[in-house]
Design a protein around this ligand. Structure first.
Ligand code: ATP
Length: 274
């Protein structure tokens, strides 16, 4: 799809420093990635290659950012797709799209002179959901193709391929995906705690004119259970309130209106889906 191509082409300049909070998740992910970078040692010790990393956690917590930062950290080509893109009317189309995705990742790595490629699949549960009662679905072939691609990855191969996937419904995944040699490394990306929220707010305040009366620590306290995406939204909405008032800086009042707006927006969203 053109959507996927657009995303694949957008430059990846995301580093772990651009991700607020998530200290444990970042550490675990880096540890896993170090295995990929130190592949000579891994080979010597006969360690099974790491093929798949699954990121789990609520929406908007930074799973996509993590995958992009992983690509930067390992100097890999980054290719992204979403599980929902593979749900097709015609049998076989999803499977050939998966095949193309991996082919393109390898081709790009060669072309860009990189030793590795990361293929990121968001909403993996859409194609990798549990298969119950032997029921056949049109996208089973897609899942089978993904498993085939994973099984075909070798440590000695160049470029090396790593698959990262994200879901907020881990319990829905088919056990075939979770077997050793597939997505056998799981990293939880939770809602940020207060310290994490402050860090995220600071990241998104960086390029904004913040007034002297603003206490980001107080905002972090007020935004209990907000995701990173919601905190980004708070900073953006606050800037819009400031603009409406033709204020040159973002003041505490704008931020507090923005917090209410994002909190209320979420509530009405939830109510309307009931
Ligand atoms: P989903 O499950 O809905 O796909 P996700 O976990 O992949 O969500 P991202 O797409 O990574 O979430 O995050 C969405 C946006 O929210 C980011 O582009 C960023 O602006 C902001 N954001 C989320 N988490 C963080 C974070 N930890 N630090 C800084 N910004 C964040």
């Amino acid at each position: 799809s053109s959507d996927r191509k657009a995303r694949a082409k957008s430059p990846v300049f995301m580093t772990f420093d651009d991700i607020g909070g998530q200290e444990r998740a970042k550490r675990e992910l880096k540890e896993a990635l170090d295995f990929i970078i130190r592949h000579e040692d891994i080979k010597k010790l006969g360690i099974r290659p790491l093929k798949g990393i699954l990121l789990t956690g609520p929406p908007g917590t930074g799973k996509t950012l993590m995958a992009k930062a992983a690509a930067h950290y390992t100097n890999s080509v980054f290719m992204a797709a979403s599980g929902s893109e593979f749900v097709e009317m015609y049998v076989g189309v999803g499977a050939s799209r998966i095949r193309d995705l991996f082919k393109e990742a390898r081709a790009r790595a060669v072309k860009e002179n990189k030793e590795s490629a990361i293929v990121f699949i968001d909403e993996i549960d859409v194609i990798g959901g549990k298969r119950e009662g032997g029921q056949q679905r049109e996208y089973d072939q897609t899942l089978n193709q993904l498993l085939t691609e994973m099984d075909g990855i070798h440590t000695t191969e160049s470029p090396r391929v790593l698959i990262m996937a994200a879901t907020n419904r881990k319990e829905m995944l088919d056990s075939a995906l979770l077997r050793p040699g597939r997505f056998d490394r799981h990293i939880e990306v939770d809602l940020p705690d207060k310290k994490g929220r402050l860090h995220i707010l600071k990241i998104h305040a960086k390029n904004k004119p913040i007034a002297e009366d603003v206490d980001l620590e107080a905002v972090a306290k007020e935004t209990f259970q907000f995701s990173g995406a919601q905190l980004e939204s708070v900073m953006n909405e606050a800037a819009i309130y400031a603009m409406r008032e033709q204020s040159e800086t973002i003041k505490a009042r704008h931020l507090s209106l923005a917090v209410d707006k994002v909190m209320l927006g979420e509530k009405t969203d939830r109510e309307s889906t009931k």
